[in-house]
Design a protein around this ligand. Sequence first.
Ligand code: NAP
Length: 492
Amino acid sequence: MSTVTGASRESAVVDGVPHQLYIAGEWRDASGAGTLEVEDPSTGEALCTVADATAQDGEAALAAAHEAFPGWRDTAPRERADVLRRAYELMTERTEDLALLMTLEMGKPVEESRGEIAYAAAFFRWYAEEAVRIDGRFTTSENGKGRVLTLRRPVGPCVFITPWNFPMAMGTRKVGPAIAAGCTMVVKPAKQTPLSMLAMAQILEEAGLPGGVCNVLTARSSGELMAPLIADPRTRKLSFTGSTEVGKKLIEQSAEQVLRVSMELGGNAPFLVFGDADLDAAVDGALLAKMRNIGEACTSANRFLVHESVAEEFATRLAERLGALKVGRGTEEGVKVGPLIDTAAVEKVQELVGDAVDRGARVLTGGSPLEGPGHFHQPTVLADVDPQARLLHEEIFGPVAPVTTFSSDEEAIRRANDTEYGLVAYAFTRDLNRAFSVIEGLDTGMIGLNQGMVSNAGAPFGGVKQSGFGREGGPEGLHEYLETRYVAMNVP
Ligand code: NAP
């Protein structure tokens, strides 16, 4: 078996990142000296342990963010921009090590991890460029007598909670604009993948970010650690990326202090292929929309809705492509599909496939988990999926593509919208009029038109309905961290 890395390089990369908490510009052990184990999902073996933060550490991190806020708010925009630019450069220079680190803790193939590092770093670059362009306005009031002045001010200390599926980018997407705006923050990554955020903190420190601006806590019990921080009046903003289930709880908790809240939650993306679509492009797009991140993405195509005239050909071609993908440890040469994050994830995928098959779905390729060690599942394509099958209604979060058919545009759009989620949809058509009616008819925050990926640091990423609210990326991503202050000026 050929690998692109050796065990010694893997250990060096894991050991090259501090395994402590980063509070007030210092690396410290947890106050209770507790630790939690980080596992390689492709082997099930321990990689290392990191600090398990206590309530006391949570308090220290928030106190540091609170204390650092006035100084950072008043730091020259060009200085804030320079820190972000240096962080972008450092992250880019270290792509190989950071990509390997991410593959080890999360499982995705190294090639994809490299792509995520580039995407993550792009938020630092984009917001370095935005930091010096925060503006306000000055106008004459309607009656001609007064003046209207507006200023954009940073919201204040923020709390960020991020998921395991994109361990670096889901952090920089919040941290980049917050730093640019002049906010300070406490970041808590998922317990399965804490190392990437620790590596980010190390980079920000080297880039010259003052202590206390960005604090990172790793912990076993997220709820216990974070609830007091969300309830604390010093926190002024909560930004969460994760499941809709946890997001709902956090929205409730944030009501106490009437926090500004951004929620990047789950999805159930429809992938529409119309009869006039370029099928080569649709199959390429499907591969990307389904298999990126092993299917463990909020943007993952969860339901393929294909016009009945092309459904059989599309499903057959998709099955050929998925069936040919090499499954294995993300560090091995040629691997395109890594392990799922844990045993529970494999069991959930297996259960959803079983339910669809019980309801009459045909397995065109795959269909089963693979033997361990590690948490692997075969890339799977299912045809003739019953509309009631659970996997059309729940986030699959795995390498499974269910294909169903439609017969009219109206039916396609109605079924695409028939979900409580509204993050992203994909549509393949060569007809301009149809494209516009689809764009206007879909209830999602984002649409991939004739392309299978929407992520872009310069564009507003986010959903509607139970996929959340708020946007990350582009100018909209910066506005999440700014308040508008209006001054009514009396000009005698
Ligand atoms: P999750 O279980 O909701 O966890 C997300 C984060 O919340 C983790 O850091 C987790 O920490 C923490 N958390 C869990 N319970 C908490 C609580 N009671 N209080 C405070 N924090 C808590 O989601 P996940 O399984 O990591 O991520 C997958 C989900 O994220 C999917 O639904 C996916 O669609 C969604 N997602 C959405 C986007 C988007 O932009 N819309 C992007 C990526 C992922 P621990 O892990 O340490 O418990």
